[in-house]
Write a protein that binds this ligand. Sequence first.
Ligand SMILES: Nc1ncnc2c1ncn2[C@@H]1O[C@H](COP(=O)(O)OP(=O)(O)OP(=O)(O)O)[C@@H](O)[C@H]1O
Ligand SMILES: [Mg+2]
Length: 285
Amino acid sequence: MKILIKGNSGCSIEIVQKGTNLILQKGSSNTAYIPRLIKQFEKQSQFDAPSNNHIKIPAIYEICKKSNSVIGKMEYVYSKNFINFFETAGFEQIQHFAKTIIQFLDYEISHSPRKKICPKTLIYKIDSIGQNISTTDKTSQELLNRVANECRSLTSIDIPVGLCHGDLTLSNILFNGSDCYLIDFLDSYIESPLMDIVKIRQDTCFGWSQLMCRQSFDKIRLSLILKKIDCLVDNHFRQYKWYVQYYRIFQIINFCRILPYARSKRVDVFLRKNIELLLNGGDYV
Ligand SMILES: Nc1ncnc2c1ncn2[C@@H]1O[C@H](COP(=O)(O)OP(=O)(O)OP(=O)(O)O)[C@@H](O)[C@H]1O
Ligand SMILES: [Mg+2]
């Protein structure tokens, strides 16, 4: 048996039967993307999941590297995506999910010593985003300049650095009963749990994955559920001074990073609206 799915990244995703087990094979023959995909598999296989939590990570069985392609073979998880899961989730399941994610982020924090990051790291990041946007796109370049100026006003950024998934959006979580499986790990320019809080709130506060989702669902119901999760996450992490101080600037940079890849007017408008909102000190939409 062989089932073919196409992912967002342009990677091929195949489900293959091996004996009584299913294996998921994610691959790419895009030479520019191969190194990133190898790092993704390595990060997934090396990530130490907490043992007392409902967060799980599919096992990586093999990384087949060739000169012009790579295929990662991993455990297939029978699961629901976040849309299907929340469509039928009751109050207890929503609370359980929020608690699981918060515990996982706290686990990452406890494994990430505090480190002082030079604001130049953020400014270089913004410069590199600017290089991926046309110089004639004055509106975007101006927006990036405003973000860079905000970074210049920071003296030193003291945040936990160590463990992070790197792309912890709801679309990279597989829901299997009371367990959540994390997939699609990504190297981050700063390996901080703050990046994972930023990514999860990209969905719970701003509704990114909903925007990208093509299947039909009850939009009002999902918005209410995400709002609830967002309040629980935000309230919990407000106990950390670094979260209160730096969440906003990292969320702004996060949206800026997506800007060069916006393929539709709708996504472009969404990103600019939220960058503006955050630059003006707003948090909720
Ligand atoms: N281990 C797995 N078990 C079951 N399904 C999986 C597994 N890994 C991936 N999938 C399915 O494949 C889809 C795409 O996987 P993934 O998120 O890794 O790729 P992608 O989104 O295309 O990549 P990227 O996020 O890098 O653009 C997932 O949403 C999920 O439906
Ligand atoms: Mg993905």
